[in-house]
Design a protein around this ligand. Structure first.
Ligand SMILES: [Zn+2]
Length: 68
């Protein structure tokens, strides 16, 4: 039941590139961070990021309806 913090796995691409972001316990590598910021609606990657973000919110289980 021991969690290893040494190995960071990006929730966007599954790689272990260091120096990324840790968001609510989820890791985002710098490569994906840049993609996420610069991805436009017209780009093919957009659909990928929609599902990634959805998976991210489900993982951290934040109640998004709280602001309502
Ligand atoms: Zn990544």
């Amino acid at each position: 039941m021991m969690q290893t913090r040494a190995t960071l796995v990006c929730f966007g691409c599954g790689s272990s590139i260091p120096d990324g972001l840790n968001i609510y316990g989820q890791y985002l590598c710098p490569d994906c961070e840049g993609k996420l910021i610069h991805t436009n609606i017209n780009e093919l990657d957009y659909q990928h990021w929609i599902s990634v973000c959805r998976k991210f919110w489900e993982t951290i289980k934040i109640d998004l309806s709280d602001e309502d």
